[in-house]
Ligand binder design. Structure first.
Ligand SMILES: C[S@@+](CC[C@H](N)C(=O)[O-])C[C@H]1O[C@@H](n2cnc3c(N)ncnc32)[C@H](O)[C@@H]1O
Length: 259
């Protein structure tokens, strides 16, 4: 059973009786959590996983916002249609003279960056330590898998639930990736109100990560070619060695460490 880091038990509410068994199965895997029968009112203090026929979403009663992973219509879907090798993230991971480098995303989150990299052709393993974030991502990938134009992308994604440090330590030498990508949580980093709310909800769920310097240290040891770190444009680099160089966008920056 996986422990989430939230202060309150997570409530899990199936939309109808058809989803009760799935809700119970999830409740057995995530601790502490509570299944709320379909028509019963929610507590208004807890975060709630809403389960319906189509998807699984996370609802925050105080932010009055819902997040789910949607690779077709959400921000990623829109960006993927326009993803090109000129995008900042594409330039950040681009290695000269190496065909098909493997990317390990050690802060998978809702999988947006990972999905964009997969849409650019990279083989990518995404590792997430929060059981709830992992569940949302797994659900989004499952739906994407059923859509032919997206399944060409999802077939390049390997989704893992684990703390990345444990995962990296367990890897065999021949599996060490050329690139390790990380995007640790950073408070209030985006100006758009909707993204702000989504980020706030994600932060309420997983907290702001305290293990960034350790994650970077481990990443630098195991990445064969480079580590790419996403930061808000004006934030300092993560504590540790200086990046080899940086790529600046309008609101974000990629710090790149050659290993
Ligand atoms: C800002 S979010 C990443 C967003 C992601 N890049 C995206 O595009 O959706 C950071 C995520 O990293 C996860 N995380 C932090 N430390 C981790 C670790 N040691 N192992 C695995 N996941 C970690 C957090 O739980 C959180 O979901």
């Amino acid at each position: 059973m996986a422990n989430h880091d939230c202060r309150f038990p997570i409530e899990i509410q199936p939309e109808s009786h058809e989803q009760v068994a799935l809700a119970q199965k999830i409740a057995n895997q995530i601790y502490p959590s509570l299944v709320i029968p379909p028509t019963q009112h929610l507590s208004f203090t807890a975060l709630t996983l809403l389960i319906n026929k189509q998807d699984i979403a996370l609802y925050s009663p105080y932010l009055k916002t819902t997040i789910k992973v949607d690779f077709l219509n959400g921000a990623v879907g829109y960006r993927c249609k326009r993803s090109s090798n000129k995008e900042l993230i594409a330039r950040a991971v681009k290695l000269k003279n190496i065909k098909n480098p493997r990317v390990l995303d050690i802060t998978a989150g809702l999988g947006r960056d990972g999905f964009i990299l997969a849409s650019l052709g990279y083989q990518i393993s995404m590792v997430e330590k929060s059981p709830i974030v992992h569940l949302l991502l797994k659900d989004g990938l499952k739906r994407a898998n059923q859509i032919p134009e997206l399944s060409e992308i999802t077939c390049r994604i390997f989704n893992i639930y684990e703390d990345s440090i444990d995962y990296i330590y367990r890897m065999d030498k021949q599996d060490y990736p050329e690139i390790i990508y990380m995007d640790p949580m950073f408070p209030e980093r985006n100006k758009s109100a909707l993204v702000k709310k989504e980020m706030q909800l994600l932060q309420d769920l997983v907290g702001t990560d305290q293990n960034d310097p350790l994650l970077l240290e481990v990443a630098l040891k195991y990445a064969q070619k480079r580590v790419v770190v996403k930061r808000p444009r004006l934030a300092p680099p993560i504590k540790g060695p200086n990046p080899s160089f940086a790529l600046q966008g309008k609101s974000i920056r990629f710090d790149i460490y050659q290993t």
